[in-house]
Structure formats: structure tokens, C-alpha cells
Design a protein around this ligand. Sequence first.
Ligand code: FMN
Length: 339
Amino acid sequence: MLVWGRIQRQNNSRRNAVRTFTQDKALAFVQNELLWGAAAGSCRTADRARRYAEAGMRIVPSGSDTMLKRGGNPGDNFYCDEDGNSINALGIPSPGIDVALSEIKKSRKEANRFGAQSWASISAGNEFIADEYHDMAHLLEQNNAADVIGGNFSCGNMVLPDGTYKPIVCYDLGAFEDGVQALAAGAGNKKTEVKLTPTTERRFLIANVEICLKYGIDYITMANTVPNCYLEKPDGTPGISMVLGGGGGKMLIPIVTGMLKMTVPMLKGTNTKVIAAGGVDCGAVAYHYLKHKAAGFVFGTALWKRNFDPRVGQEIIMGDESRNLPGLVDLLVKHGLPD
Ligand SMILES: Cc1cc2nc3c(=O)[nH]c(=O)nc-3n(C[C@H](O)[C@H](O)[C@H](O)COP(=O)(O)O)c2cc1C
């Protein structure tokens, strides 16, 4: 009985193993190990890339960019409510990859100067053409324009010339596989990322992750925005000109957490890591995702809401006294991280 009790205690302590942190260790973890920073769509210039990297962010994005120039959707298309839910329908404005390339290269230089990685995001335009992922990734790789080349397979707010909406590729598993394969081939030896749509439907989510594993994708970002959401301003008018748009911010937290719970066990023994995106605007949400085994996190809504102020990142990491919010470093020291 005594021996059995000891074995049980050992098993429990192994199950509940926690990585502990001193303040210095937590800071070193955040600066050197953790992948965190701005989400795709929140940086399109080298100047902003420098300001993000200077503020300590380790992921500095560019894009999403498309093969051909596109204007995106007309009107005022970002809104965030008091509860931290956002809606946007930008529709991927891009000058086209050939024109964007020089700014992406400059952004990488700025990011690297401060020890950050540049993550370039590419997307199909109105039509889904898998080869475009190959050609754009190859162009970025040949020009050494980014540290990580990411494929956005999940934008839900692209209105086509006939007024219909472009389908989300993550739900078309054949097309998704063609796109992921093309991205991986075009990116060569560069690290790759795939951005998924927020879905908790296993038929799609599990298959999406299996495809990413099949092609050795390095990072899976969960998730893009929820398509066709509706948010109202306090006066009862639609939050954005396009009326329906991609829901982001706080509304994503339970969805992204569910996605993590279902897919993290699939990554055991692989080199693929998950990056959480959804409602990170303080240390507590960042810690929540790390506790559920994300390897890092990125934030978009929090930056758009604050006009891309890089201090957003510092407040997530170090806390915000004015709002009495602890930072990620405090939470790591207080609770550690489950192994
Ligand atoms: C205004 C806006 C523009 C965005 N543009 C892109 C984009 O170009 N490419 C992309 O992959 N994701 C884009 N996203 C999605 C974000 O990268 C992120 O995945 C999502 O918003 C969830 O994170 P959040 O809750 O921190 O905003 C955009 C989000 C917002 C709010």
C-alpha cells in the first residue's frame, strides 16, 4: 500500500510537472525562446516593422500580399467594441508581390537588426490558384526577403467583382492541400507558416493540421477571423461599412483554445509548433494560450485598436499598472508553465 501510494504520488507529480521561472528566467524566456509579436495585417512598412522590433516583439509580419495588385474593400472597415471584440473587412489590400517585395526586404532588415524574425504572409487573390503560393514563396525565398514565409488560407472577407464572397480554402481540403504543398515547395529551405480559419469542426481542423504535418510546415497559426460576423456600434449602426466582416479579438478566445486542445496532441514528436492568435491584449490571455501549449502568440486587434502603438506588446509582457493588469512575466513567475 505504502509503495503503491509513493508510485501514485510520483506519477501525479510527473503529470503535473511545472517549469518554474525567476524574474530573470522569465525575461530571458520571453526575449529568446518565446515566439510573440504582431499578427499578419498589422504591418506593411519597414518603419512600423522597426518600431515593433525595437519594442521587443520577436515576430514582425508583412502582408498579407497577393500576386496581383488589389485595392481591398472600400470604406471604413475596422471596428472594435468595448468588450474587445473586433470586426474587419479589409479584403487584403496589396500592391502586388512584385511591388511589395522591396518593402518586405527592408522590413526584414529592420526586424533582424533588433533580433526579431520577419514573417511574410502571402495569399491567393480573388481566385484560389495554388501555384501563386509557390511563385510568391519562391520569390521571397530567392530574395531572402523574410525569415518565415506564411500562407494565409483563411481570409473570409474577400468580396468578388460579382458581389459573392471568396470561399475559405481551409474548408476545401483538396485545394488547401494543393496550396500548402505549393507553399512548402516554393519556400525551399525557409521556415513556413500556415494560417488557419477558426473552426472547431474536427472534419476540417484535424485534416488541416494533418496536411500541414504531411508537408513539414513549421508553424500553424490559429486563427484568422470568423467570417461574416456582425458587430454594432452603441448607436445601433453597423460597426463597419461592409456590414459583415471577420470577427476577431475576445470572441476568438474559446474557439482558439478549443482548437489548441484538439490539435496540440497531434504535434507530439514533430517539429511543428502552434502560434495562437485571438484576443491577446494582456498578459493573462497570453499566459492562457501558453498554458494550453501554444508555442507563442500574435495580436492584431489590440494593435489596430491602439493605432499600432508598439507599447501594446510591452504591456502584454510587462503588465499595465494604469489598468492594474499583470504582465506575462509576472504570471510566469507566479504560476510557472505546465511542461
Ligand atoms: C484589421 C485586420 C486586418 C487583418 N489582416 C490580415 C491579413 O492581411 N492576413 C492575415 O493572415 N490575417 C489578417 N488578420 C487576422 C489577424 O492576423 C489575426 O489572425 C486575427 O485578427 C486574430 O487575432 P486578434 O484577435 O489579435 O485580432 C487581420 C485582422 C485584422 C483585425
